[in-house]
Design a protein around this ligand. Structure first.
Ligand code: ARG
Length: 549
């Protein structure tokens, strides 16, 4: 099903004789028509005067069933006025298809997100990642990509020797069975406190790190246990957030491949060996700091395993390799992708989907003594706050869905590269630009339909308010595409917010149930389309649409 913008772009392309893409078509303020095309770019390509080109093109464009009038304005704009009925038909038929007119793309995509380290609970730093990654997997799938989502655990490295040592020294199997994650994490904190006075224990812990590396039986058993405990614990957070992964992997799965990469890199002259036996890559020509891929003790690094993993993913047949990771690691990924290039791994496109900080601000939450703010603390708090806000006590069981929806929306409504100043007032403001506001608008529409069995149909003429709602609804497909292409759910989040505003204007100005027949049919149809679009939009953000609120 073609979108209206596409139909206009095609007409223009034919008449202009130069490329016109859907994204070149703008949605102007209502007084300048339904769509607009600035001919300036095409004019400079064709070396013509933009105003004259626009005039010539307007003459050639025949008015058809859809395009009612074309007007030339300003330095070279073409403003399109559409036949509203025809437009309504195209929008509604498009939205009623399976993929709601969202342009379908192809490609095998590996989307990595979350990727927490083991032996500690997920914390506040994972909130934005989880929200972004999950929404992206939903958006990219809906856009036709074949997405495999992967949680690549940080499950290899010297720090786990510390956890094991701490467990052996201070822990108990009993407590481990009772409250595994808490026990492990407390021991780790204790270890760090003790180490300040007793540097010897650091050395002892290092022995355990070595034993893990060497595959010592006891070390491996305990490391496996740490990994298992973490996965079981994290799974509860994911379930609560309604996040699913197609696979869970981890650094430990590419340790040998990492060692092999070092050898190959040396042979190829990509890496250099230092006097102490460590291996590094010289990035002087790239204006980046040099970086080590193998330590003098023979062990590999986080970066080394990432190199090996790119090769592995390419061999698996993935065409795109996407990482949702905070901007703190921008340099890491720049170095990583450069190394992959030097290895000649060019059949996979690597992308770092970088994002800014989530700042809880003052009074946002205080961390428990010696502890981090865990992800589940934040989710608890969100639920609690939502409970306080819900007026209709009958719907109190929705609190978690509202609280979590609020947190997710707050994380998605800001462009991913920007930092977020999180404050509970705004996040849970039922009237503002918030998750609950979206959920509320959606349930409001559903409650209208519960009161009528009129079948929706576009009959008669749209009034201005109805028409503006229709126009907004028609923008849904392109917003999803742009979110997918920019790897940023913000496009869908902001769109939904303005759509809900438009709907609420309609709700106040256009009675549905009490309208005369044609009007009622038309408005029921609009309400129905709004429900479809907002249900799907919320789903794409990972926010659960509700029946009542
Ligand atoms: N485990 C890492 C951390 O917690 C993030 C991993 C990101 N993914 C990657 N392939 N490097 O910082």
């Amino acid at each position: 099903m073609k979108q209206v913008k596409q139909l206009i772009a095609e007409q223009l392309q034919e008449k202009l004789g130069t490329d016109v893409e859907t994204k070149d078509i703008e949605v102007p303020e209502p007084e300048h028509g339904d769509f607009a095309y600035p001919a300036m770019k095409a004019a400079s390509q064709l070396e013509k005067n933009p105003r004259k080109l626009a005039e010539k093109t307007a003459e050639k464009l025949q008015e058809d069933e859809l395009i009612q009038e074309v007007e030339v304005a300003g330095p070279g704009y073409l403003n399109f006025y559409l036949n509203k009925k025809e437009y309504g038909k195209i929008v509604s038929e498009g939205l009623e298809t399976d993929k709601m007119s969202v342009e379908q793309r192809e490609g095998e995509v590996l989307l990595e997100f979350s990727s927490p380290n083991i032996a500690k609970p997920m914390h506040i730093g994972h909130v934005r990642n989880n929200c972004l990654g999950d929404s992206l997997q939903r958006i990219m799938r809906f856009s036709g990509y074949n997405v495999t989502s992967e949680n690549y655990l940080g499950d290899w490295g010297a720090q786990f020797g510390k956890s094991i040592f701490a467990f052996k020294k201070y822990g108990s199997e009993e407590k481990l069975d009772e409250n595994p994650m808490e026990h492990i994490y407390n021991l780790y904190v204790k270890f760090h406190n003790e180490a300040e006075n007793d540097p010897q224990i650091v050395e002892k812990a290092a022995e355990w790190s070595k034993r893990i590396e060497e595959g010592d039986e006891e070390a491996e058993r305990l490391w496996k246990k740490l990994r298992k405990i973490t996965i079981e614990y994290d799974m509860k957070d994911y379930e609560r957030m309604d996040i699913e992964f197609d696979r869970i992997t981890g650094e430990s799965k590419v340790v040998e491949e990492g060692e092999e990469i070092v050898e190959r890199g040396l042979e190829k002259g990509i890496f250099k060996e230092d006097d102490d036996g460590s291996v590094y890559i010289d990035f002087e020509d790239e204006n980046m700091p040099n970086t080590i891929v193998k330590k003098s003790d023979g062990t590999t690094l986080y970066l080394t395993r990432d190199i090996a993993n790119i090769e592995k993913r390419a061999k698996e047949g993935f065409e795109k390799n996407l990482y949702v990771v905070a901007s703190e690691q921008d340099l890491h990924f720049k170095q990583l992708f450069k190394i992959a290039e030097e290895f000649g791994i060019d059949d996979i496109d690597n992308e770092h989907i970088s994002y800014g900080m989530l700042n809880l601000g003052e009074g946002g939450m205080s961390s428990r003594e010696g502890n981090i703010i865990t992800l589940s603390d934040l989710l608890d708090k969100a639920t609690e706050k939502a409970e306080e806000k819900i007026q209709d006590r009958e719907n109190i069981e929705n609190a978690e869905k509202i609280g979590l929806g609020a947190v997710k929306y707050a994380n998605l409504k800001v462009s991913r590269r920007k930092d977020i100043e999180f404050n509970w007032e705004d996040v849970l403001n039922f009237e503002g630009d918030s998750g609950p506001y979206l959920q509320y608008s959606n349930t409001r529409a559903k409650s209208i339909l519960k009161k009528t069995d009129t079948k929706g149909e576009f009959v008669g003429e749209f009034n201005e308010t109805e028409y503006q709602l229709l126009r907004k609804l028609g923008e849904f497909p392109e917003k999803v595409s742009s979110a997918a292409e920019n790897r940023d759910p913000v496009k869908v989040a902001n769109y939904l917010s303005t759509l809900c505003e438009e709907f609420n204007t309609f709700y106040h100005d256009c009675p549905v149930i009490d309208a005369e027949e044609d009007e009622r049919k038309r408005r029921v149809k609009l309400v129905k389309l709004f429900i479809d679009v907002s249900d799907k939009g919320l789903e794409l953000l990972g926010i659960e649409p509700l029946e009542e609120m």
